[in-house]
Each structure stands twice: as C-alpha cells, then as structure tokens.
Design a protein around this ligand. Sequence first.
Ligand SMILES: Cc1cc2nc3c(=O)[nH]c(=O)nc-3n(C[C@H](O)[C@H](O)[C@H](O)COP(=O)(O)O)c2cc1C
Length: 351
Amino acid sequence: MNKTESRKDEHVKVSLEKDVTAEHNYWDDIILVHNALPELNKNDIDLSTKLFGKKLGAPIIISSMTGGYEQAKEINENLAAAAEKYQIGMGVGSQRAALEKSDLKETYGIIKNYDIPLRFANIGASQLIMWGPKKTLENAKKMIDMINADVFIVCLNFLQEVVMPEGESNAKGVLDGIKKLSEQLNKPVIVKESGAGISYDVAKKLSKTKIAGVDVGGLGGTSFAAIEHFRAKIKDDKLHERGGKTFWNWGIPTPTSILQVGDAMNWKVPIIATGGIRNGLDAAKALVLGADSAGIARALLKPATDGKKETLYEVGAIIKELRATMYLVGADNISKMPDIDWTITGENLWI
Ligand SMILES: Cc1cc2nc3c(=O)[nH]c(=O)nc-3n(C[C@H](O)[C@H](O)[C@H](O)COP(=O)(O)O)c2cc1C
C-alpha cells in the first residue's frame, strides 16, 4: 500500500471502530411540528425528486467515503447496490489514489456496474492548487470517466488538513481553482465540506463562481479531527492526538450551514445537507430547513462493511422513516417540505 491507500484504509477502520462523531448532534435541536390531521394516505406520498437534472427515488445521497484500497471495492459495491435499488445518488471518496496508481481504479469504478441515477466524482480541494488549472481539468475528466460521474465534487477539508500529520498547509488559490474548473468542466461542479460546514460569507464567495450546488457538510456527525485524533493515538503521535482532540467539535452545525448557504445564494442552487444524518427523521428535518437532499456517510459505513443485505436494509429503513415523517407533518411530496413548521429547542444550536 502507498501512503494515500493506507490513509484511506485507516480512516475507514478508525470510523468503524471508534466513536468519531461530534459531541453534539444538532439535528436533535430541530423539532418538526406534528400534524394530527395529515389528511393523507401514507402510500400515496411521493418521495421522488430531481437533482442536477436527474430523477431520484428519494432525496438521499450516499456521501463520498471511500475507494483506493482493496476492501473499499466491496464497500462501494454494497453502497452501489443500495443506490440502484432505491434510485438514490452516490459519491465515492477522493479519487486521487487511482490517479496515482491505475490498478486501484476498479475500487471506485465498480459502481459503474450499477444503475445509479446520480453519481459524484470527488477530489480534495488542495489538489487544485498542486495541479494548477490545466492538470486539474485533465484529471477531473479522468475521475468522471472512472465512475461515469454526473457531477464533480471539490471537497473542502482544511480541518482535516490542519489536524493530520501529512496535511497540506496551503489553501491559497482554492477559490480561483474552483472558479476555473466550474467554468471549464463539461459537467456540473459542486463544492462540499466534510464536517466543518460552510458559512454565509464563504457561500457568498462561491456564488460568484459557476458551481452548480453546495454540500454544506456541517458539524454534528463524523468529525475528521476525531478520526485524526485516533489515527495519531495508534501511531503514538502525541502532538496530533492532542490537536485532533482540541478541534474535535470545530465547525458550523449542519442546520445552521443550510440556512446560511441558502440565504447567501438566494436558494438558487441545490443544497445537499451532509453531517450527522442518522435516519429518515434527520433527513426530513434537512428538507424542511431548505435542503434539496440529505447526504449520509458514516451511518452507512458499518452496513456497507457487513454486506449487501445489511446495506439495503439500512437505506430502506431510512427511506421508510422519511416517508413516515412526511406523513406525520402532512406533506405528500418533497416540494411541500420547506413549508412545514419547525422550531428549535435547547441552547446548542446557533442560527
Ligand atoms: C471513512 C470516511 C471517509 C471519508 N472520505 C471522504 C472523501 O474522500 N471525500 C469527501 O468529500 N468526504 C469524505 N468523507 C466525509 C463524508 O462525505 C461526510 O461529509 C462526513 O462524514 C459527514 O457525514 P456523516 O456525519 O453522515 O458521516 C468521509 C467520511 C468518512 C466517515
């Protein structure tokens, strides 16, 4: 295994074996108002939606997680089977490893064997600086071909970069890189955070590019600082173990980020809400706040490691819960969700 391969492997192992979630899940602070008279037949509720021009069976995305080492192929295949069955979107993890070592392509490309309505290619933002615009464009096309992607994700992960020993320290020029790529690539480019969220001001800057959407990737679920804390602990690297702990809960809560990004971009581009979504009720809350779909990563990692049956079960349960929530708030289709009443409880969430 080269360094990138073993890092991706360790991320998955640590995420499976340790509790790497933020201390507080902010979806618990949002309450949807119960409708005691929904006047609907639950079976008539239509969960289908359109995202980036593609029809989905439900507004759910399996978020970018893995690829680039042998076991990842099986994880991606199990996730792909669920994405096909339920006709939902799916991303793969950063594809850098397969650009560096072409025999790893199949660990991502396996998802091409499945009829998935919306696929997301993925690269970390610091690569845009290291490659420069011309090579970024060339490599983006290779990554798209690798999985037949419909959308290209640039992942902002500077929290992870700052806490991990091998992290990139240069973030200068990322916005310009995103701007150029979104103008030149023949597929939609979206920007995704990976657990620390996107603020109003950052979204305003992004709104001046040609990006087609934002995945807010907010705080409340998987914490990359926590993952790096445990990775460092295994290696007896005290300094990075400490840094991971210090920044464990760093970021903008996912619900807050949806509202800030929506406001900054006048709700004109699709928003994916990833970060802390554990079930169909959390997904419904994201839609009520104004997201166009909910992204789920770690909640699907264990099932995807266990097998296809387990993955299908988990995704099926999440969709069933989403339908149940829509029934209880009286929404017969996805476009009604932003009109549903909600409130905030507790003092954890800042809006
Ligand atoms: C093991 C693991 C690997 C991940 N790798 C990537 C990645 O390569 N690219 C990316 O954009 N996000 C990556 N993520 C972040 C997720 O896509 C997601 O934004 C984050 O985990 C928050 O969602 P969650 O709370 O549902 O886990 C990864 C997450 C996990 C758990």
